[in-house]
Design a protein around this ligand. Structure first.
Ligand SMILES: [Zn+2]
Length: 138
């Protein structure tokens, strides 16, 4: 009845629960995408009276495109996470191979990093942005 030790070390994740969370996020993103398409279609129906309106319109579109980019990335993350659940790679940190932990996964189901690696990454990103800002100021 002895189980292999490696398996015992792994935290048992409630994959069903996490999958449900992911499917819900996917559904929400799907619904938002539909309403966005409507919005874009409405935009296109509009005729613009003057240049001012046109400028505002351009800004709107740029903002929408940025939001869409972020949402597309989120969507990809959700799909990837769902795939990982199927292949059982789910819940393992991409960097160090440690368990990410069920609590963290239930809050951030699309994360690929454990809290330690995430903090390291954020430190590096923060340092990088500080350097980038510092070089901007002469
Ligand atoms: Zn890690």
């Amino acid at each position: 009845m002895a189980k292999p030790k490696e398996k015992d070390k792994r935290e048992k994740l409630d994959l069903k629960k996490i999958k449900k969370i992911l499917v819900n996020i996917k559904k929400e993103l799907d619904e938002e995408a539909v309403s966005e398409e409507k919005l874009v279609a409405e935009h296109e129906d509009n005729t613009f009276a003057d240049a001012n309106d046109l400028a505002t319109h351009d800004t709107d579109i740029t903002n929408e495109m940025n939001v869409k980019k972020i949402k597309d990335a989120q969507y990809e993350d959700v799909l990837e996470a769902l795939e990982r659940i199927e292949t059982e790679d789910f819940g393992v940190c991409e960097e160090c191979g440690a368990d990410i932990g069920s609590k963290r996964l239930e809050v951030y189901p699309t994360t690929k990093l454990c809290i330690n690696c995430q903090e390291e990454l954020e430190k590096v990103q923060k340092a990088k942005s500080l350097i980038a800002n510092a070089t901007k100021v002469e």
